[in-house]
Design a protein around this ligand. Structure first.
Ligand SMILES: [Zn+2]
Length: 435
């Protein structure tokens, strides 16, 4: 018998995909007991029923009855070296990279700066109730060591990788095709599969890699079982035109990655705004994931991702903050913006669909659903304790809601990091609001 403990609270989670299975996949238990054994879920059910069960009679119960426990949020795309340039004014993608991103990322060759930034970044995720993510580091291998070191200390389930970038960027940030390949392989050997850590092969985007570098990135993905690919595609119209110039043989931007074997079930592409129907079909057929980054897409003036069309085409999707192009670490703020972007297309997203994209949908997008995403028995207990009375307005709005789905929607639209009372990783408290 391992270490058992239990939490008493309201609990909500998704059991399946509401886009295909309908909104009855949302399970809400008003007075629930969540029982953990060695950091994984042993039972979830009505509190009184479980407490009357002799199997659970001697449990230490943490009482969170005025709060809502939700699965840890899953952020499918963001950049830890861009924490300090969040909320930088006035540029679209290509100028944004030149003016803000590259100067910020130059500092991540300094190990102490990387470690300090990584620690702030992971704490900020936990403060916002996010427990898993697919994260860009910088071009420097030590930036990956720093993030994995901190992630391992916190025991957070994340993926990251060294940016591969051998042209069209400042010289100090350039690797070479061979150096980028060798550094990536060394990092995979050192970190991939250690505890809850995964490696992601990370070409920044097609314009900053030569054909040879993309070929070697594809080789890393093919040669190392279980590693991910993360990159960007079709974010901005000037970027799309530039890719067509740089790769004149390509049928489309996505086709560049396809040509080098960089699509697939563990490949996560941020943005996917300016794609054609043939690209969506290719993403569906390869299982490639589109990361929807609404705050970033709006903030950088990139465009509106069409979630409805992507889902209708059978493309796997996840939601993402894309910090620092995105404007918040909060998946609540992100889901609120996602809702508004969907409204612009005339295809509203339901509260349950938004909640799914932040939790189980994100886990499925990152192929982590066997570990996290909801409270199925046997899953790792990553969760947050949320206060739906954290602000006067939210408390008032929730107070007049008639259904849980209505409360959930108010939480998404009005909530932020002030709602997070505590965040737990495998049953261990990793963040508390008042400590
Ligand atoms: Zn990004």
């Amino acid at each position: 018998m391992g270490t058992r403990k239990a939490f008493r609270a309201s609990v909500a989670h998704c059991l399946d995909d509401p886009f295909s299975a309908g909104s009855n996949v949302l399970e809400y238990i008003e007075d629930a007991l969540l029982v953990l054994n060695d950091g994984v879920v042993e039972a979830l059910g009505d509190a009184q029923t479980l407490l009357d069960d002799e199997r659970f009679s001697d449990l230490a119960v943490t009482d969170y009855r005025q709060y809502l426990i939700v699965p840890g949020f899953i952020d499918t795309h963001l950049h830890y070296p861009q924490t300090d340039i969040i909320a930088s004014h006035g540029k679209q993608l290509l100028e944004w990279l030149e003016k803000y991103t590259f100067p910020a990322e130059k500092q991540f060759g300094d190990e102490s700066h990387a470690l300090e930034s990584a620690a702030f970044f992971i704490k900020e995720l936990l403060r916002n109730g996010t427990t898993s993510g697919m994260i860009f580091a910088s071009v420097h291998p030590q930036s990956v060591d720093a993030l994995f070191t901190v992630a391992e200390q916190f025991n957070v389930r994340v993926g990251t990788g060294k940016v591969m970038m051998d042209r069209n960027c400042p010289e100090e940030l350039q690797d070479t095709a061979v150096q980028g390949y060798e550094d990536s392989q060394r990092l995979i050997d050192r970190w991939h599969g250690t505890g809850r850590l995964s490696y992601a092969v990370t070409p920044r985007f097609a314009p900053t890699s030569t054909d040879e570098q993309l070929r070697l990135a594809g080789k890393l993905y093919a040669d190392n079982a279980g590693v991910y690919v993360q990159s960007h595609v079709a974010e901005n119209k000037a970027e799309v035109a530039w890719v067509a110039e740089l790769f004149p043989w390509s049928k489309s931007y996505l086709d560049v990655y396809d040509h080098y074997g960089l699509l697939g079930e563990r490949a996560i592409y941020a943005h996917c705004i300016h794609l054609g129907d043939a690209d969506l079909i290719r993403m569906r057929d390869t299982g490639t994931v589109a990361a929807f980054c609404p705050t970033s897409n709006l903030f950088l003036g990139s465009g509106l991702f069409d979630l409805h069309s992507a889902r209708a085409a059978g493309v796997r999707t996840g939601m993402a903050t894309d910090v620092g192009g995105g404007t918040s670490f909060s998946m609540l703020r992100t889901a609120d913006e996602a809702y508004k972007v969907a409204q612009m297309s005339g295809n509203p997203v339901s509260p349950t669909q938004l909640f799914y994209e932040m939790t189980l949908g994100g886990a499925r997008a990152l192929s982590m659903q066997q570990y996290v995403g909801n409270f199925e028995v046997g899953k790792e207990a990553d969760f947050s304790v949320m206060d739906l009375a954290a602000t006067a307005l939210l408390e008032r709005r929730v107070g007049v809601a008639n259904t849980f789905e209505e409360k959930l929607f108010a939480f998404i639209v009005l909530g932020d990091d002030r709602c997070t009372r505590a965040t737990y990783l495998m049953g261990q408290q990793a963040f508390a609001a008042d400590s």
